[in-house]
Design a protein around this ligand. Structure first.
Ligand code: ADP
Ligand code: MG
Length: 498
């Protein structure tokens, strides 16, 4: 496989080479020639598989002919979040370095003036979040009847964030003759409906996930108590057990992101916070600090889970088991990118067993436990006390095993007998998108877009705080297959990051 026979122009090929891309990823290999030929594409491939370049490269080639007129952009890329939009703009900067294209980034949280100026000058490419694009349109700063190419990127995320009505509205404002490209990591029914409505005899390109970056993610589970303080302690223990270069810690609720952030900071971790309530400036500052290594840990909500390109994450910690199984895939997709090795560990308390089962069903494999799977009894117990897998927990009925200390280092030496440590690990874990998955979004908590603003905490962490309060254990080279009651050596080995 090579970039040279995909129909890309010499200018694009030279930029690809300069960017250090040697071989196209599977989605790029299959989508680029179709997009270059001007056809509609429905592209489905897991997070981190290079979907961005699969539309940026052929768009650059196609946009070489013709030029933009004032306030009449020629192409439009819709992104669900500001960060994702900014990342796509970066792709245009790097891969379009031989082109003199005007790229306008229309995102919320920044002033209209610069954006207006770009549009007035004539933009070849507009990269926008749906809300801000419609704002510009309503203000009369933007005419949409010159759009030749429309990209709806991260479509499933658009759905999650409630942007589908806006996307539909925008689609209807565009010329019928345009080329339309949809990209998504998953294909829920609602996105399929949208695709059926707005794509013209598209080429459906679905890349099977087994050979992708996620195959390089080692996934593990760790038992945690239900109560928040105990859970935070379990997290700290986990963070100290493994040799972490940098990590994202995912919470289900943005409130917990704030609590966890402050708690970790108090315990001497060099941490920042990222969630949907922070304004653009704060988010950018936090992300920059994280990218540059100034912050080693990032407490985040799912708004940060999708598409964000933070290439050097060595670990993912799931502080909460995500309610929607597909979010698990998006979260762990932050590590093990572009063929690098990644580790993802998740805290699981009794109330999470049901959500965990849903994740394992989606993955089509079980995730190994670091210190032995919960016993049948524990699982039954949990099912009885918490039939909904949700809500308040019954303090009085917690088994002793849940109260075991978890903060004393890698070899806590608690007895394994009770845990019946079934060696559930077998092959290195692969991540699959189950075709059977049913995508529920209506019951998704709307924590991420309530619009209220909270004070920044993200970029306040002093850069020189210790992030490994405890010396990391000696690394081992071997990748173990089964689990005893101790933390296996491979969890502790340093992750090489190029
Ligand atoms: P997706 O949108 O599928 O989640 P991205 O487009 O954000 O993934 O790409 C993930 C990462 O892979 C980015 O850092 C990108 O620069 C890198 N990448 C993309 N294509 C290639 C390639 N052909 N070779 C090497 N790295 C690539
Ligand atoms: Mg993407």
């Amino acid at each position: 496989m090579s970039f040279s026979n995909l129909g890309l122009s010499p200018k694009v090929l030279s930029a690809v080479e300069a960017a250090g891309f040697e071989t196209p990823t599977p989605i790029q290999d299959r989508a680029v020639p179709v997009v270059v030929a001007g056809r509609d594409v429905l592209g489905i491939a897991q997070t981190g598989t290079g979907k961005t370049a699969s539309f940026v490269l052929p768009m650059l080639t196609r946009l070489e002919r013709g030029r933009a007129r004032a306030r009449m952009p020629r192409s439009l890329i819709l992104e669900p979040t500001r960060e994702l939009a900014a990342q796509v703009a970066e792709h245009f900067e790097i891969l379009g370095k031989n082109h003199k294209l005007t790229v306008a980034l229309l995102i919320g949280g920044v002033s209209y003036e610069d954006q207006d100026r770009k549009l007035d000058r004539g933009a070849d490419v507009v990269i926008a979040t749906p809300g801000r694009l419609l704002d510009h349109f309503v203000r009369g700063k933007l005419l949409l009847n010159g759009i030749e190419i429309l990209v709806v990127d991260e479509a499933d995320r658009m759905l999650d964030m409630g942007f589908i009505p806006d996307v539909e509205r925008i689609c209807k404002l565009l010329p019928f003759t345009r080329q339309t490209l949809f990209f998504s990591a998953t294909m829920p029914a609602e996105i399929q409906r949208l695709a059926d409505k707005f794509l013209h005899s598209p080429e459906r390109i679905e890349v099977a996930p087994q050979a992708t970056a996620a195959a390089t993610i080692v996934q593990r589970l760790k038992k945690a108590p239900d109560d928040p303080a105990g859970k935070r302690e379990a997290l700290r223990a986990l963070m100290r057990e493994v040799d972490v270069k940098n990590a994202i810690i995912f919470c289900n609720r943005k409130k917990d992101v704030g609590i966890l952030y402050r708690s970790l900071q108090r315990h001497g971790f060099n941490v920042g916070a990222l969630h949907g309530d922070l304004d653009q400036h704060q988010r950018t500052a936090t992300l920059d600090a994280f990218r540059s290594g100034q912050i080693a840990f990032l407490a985040a909500s799912d708004v940060a889970a999708r598409g964000l390109d933070i290439p050097e994450v060595s670990h993912i910690f799931n502080y909460d088991v995500p309610i929607h199984p597909e979010d698990y895939i998006h979260r762990i997709g932050r590590t093990g990118r572009a063929g690098r090795e990644g580790f993802a560990a998740m805290l699981v308390s009794r109330r999470d067993f049901k959500a965990l089962k849903a994740i394992e069903k989606l993955l089509r494999h079980e995730i190994p436990w670091i210190d032995g799977a919960p016993s049948e009894e524990e699982q039954r117990d949990a099912a009885e006390t918490r039939p909904d897998g949700n809500g308040r927990h019954r303090r009085g009925n917690r088994s002793r095993r849940d109260k075991r200390p978890s903060g004393s280092g890698p070899h806590t030496g608690h007895p394994a007998k009770n845990h019946a440590p079934k060696a559930r690990a077998s092959a290195p874990p692969n991540v699959h998108h189950g075709k059977e998955r049913d995508h529920r979004h209506s019951d998704r908590p709307k924590h991420e877009h309530t619009g209220e603003r909270k004070p920044a905490h993200g970029h306040a962490a002093p850069p020189n705080q210790p992030n490994k309060p405890q010396a990391a254990p000696q690394p081992s080279r071997s990748r173990q297959q089964g689990m005893g009651d101790h933390v296996p050596a491979f969890m502790m080995r340093p992750v090489r990051v190029t």
